[in-house]
Design a protein around this ligand. Structure first.
Ligand code: LLP
Length: 367
């Protein structure tokens, strides 16, 4: 009822359930042997979620100066060591700024060490390693391998060591993130052992960051990440490399399921057997289907008690043929004014929205 009320009042809204994200955070905090969890705030930078996570003791992974400043504003007085800045192809000025602030800074390219070496003299830095294998739910979210723009490839490790010594920087941690939407815990096992081994080359290294990427099921029946198995992986890595701390930086896992998009039905139309339900917002609010072809469950909240016996394409008002929220969905016979819920949209939903066609994307509400 509350979701329907919000949809009728606001037209289209992302609604975040704080308790769900808190629960997800507690599940990860319960994993023994993880020293720090940095929330990858690109998934959802809503201030209330950031405050909730900060209150639970989480740290934050940021990919831009804007994200760093946002979390500093939302969590006043946050210790800079709780911010991990992992820029990629950012301008020199962002590195200078980060070093002034005292946040953890990741270098993911030899260019910075070669060309701006003086910046890093006597400084602590992390190095992002390209593991050589990318993982994840779509090519666009695999962030390792030569065809990925991220990280320092393994064949450059000697050069990293030489440059770090030359400029006088201290490598205090090694970092890797193979991709996003990963379900097989062997991913973090491979990454952990690789980074644990490489850390032996850097005398100041005191942590390895295994990245984020923990997948969240999109369809009913899909099996979630096995957290007990992940615990086993963490135990295994710690046993082999006891001298380095262990960090994780999940985004999606903490916020995806705690968020839904609610929309109102605007129009219906049929082209022969192909039926369309038009709704109040589209790819300007949720672009994940257009980019990755992913699946989000859709429910007609207004008719939750009625039998789903019609097949619809659920589309928005944007002038693009990719403007879909769902393909061929089984729903009850739907009418103008009904409220549809698009599930599992707390991560990379609003964060990737735009004003395309000069349509306001869905607003955000926290409950
Ligand atoms: N760390 C780094 C360095 C990352 O690049 C990312 C995500 C994360 C952590 C968090 O990954 P997560 O735990 O959320 O999977 N827009 C795509 C996802 C792009 C992820 C980009 N990097 C989507 O909607 O699926």
């Amino acid at each position: 009822d509350e979701l329907q009320r919000i949809a009728h009042e606001r037209g289209s809204a992302y609604v975040y359930h704080r308790a769900s994200s808190e629960l997800a955070a507690r599940q990860l905090l319960a994993i023994r042997g993880v020293d720090r969890i940095f929330y990858a705030m690109k998934a959802n930078p809503h201030p209330e979620l950031l405050k909730t996570f900060a209150g639970l003791g989480l740290s934050f992974e940021c990919v831009s100066r804007g994200e760093c400043e946002h979390v500093m504003k939302v969590v006043p007085g946050i210790d800079p060591s709780r911010i991990l800045f992992t820029p990629n192809f950012a301008p020199r000025s962002e590195y200078e700024w980060a070093l002034e602030q005292g946040v953890h800074l990741t270098i993911d390219n030899l260019y910075a060490l070669r060309e701006w070496g003086e910046l890093f003299r006597d400084r602590d830095v992390l190095i992002r390693i390209d593991t050589g294998f990318g993982r994840g739910h779509h090519d666009h979210v695999r962030t390792a391998g030569v065809h990925s723009k991220f990280g320092v490839p393994l064949f450059e490790m000697d050069e990293v060591e030489r440059l770090v010594n030359l400029v006088g920087a201290r490598v205090v941690a090694l970092h890797a993130h193979t991709g996003s939407g990963v379900f097989d815990v062997r991913n973090w096992k491979e990454v952990g052992h690789m980074l644990g081994g490489l850390a032996q080359r850097f005398p100041h290294a005191r942590a390895i960051d295994l990245g984020g990427g923990l997948g969240v099921p999109e369809k009913p029946g899909q099996v979630p990440v096995d957290l007990a198995a992940l615990q086993g992986v963490i135990d295994d890595i710690r046993a082999k490399w006891p001298q380095v701390g262990l960090w994780l930086e999940p985004g999606r896992f903490l916020v995806a399921q705690g968020g839904v998009l609610v929309v109102e039905v605007t129009q219906l139309k049929g082209k022969g057997a192909v039926q369309y339900v038009g709704v109040s917002t589209g790819m300007n609010s949720l672009i994940r289907l257009a980019i990755y072809g992913v699946h989000h469950e859709i429910i007609n909240l207004t008719r939750a008690d009625e039998a789903p016996n019609e097949v619809y394409n659920v589309v928005g008002p944007i002038c693009e043929s990719a403007d879909y929220l769902g393909h061929e969905r089984l729903l009850p016979a739907t009418q103008e004014g009904d409220v549809l819920l698009i599930a599992n949209t707390g991560a990379y939903g609003h964060a990737m929205s735009s004003h395309y066609n000069l349509r306001e994307p869905a607003c955000e509400v926290i409950i």
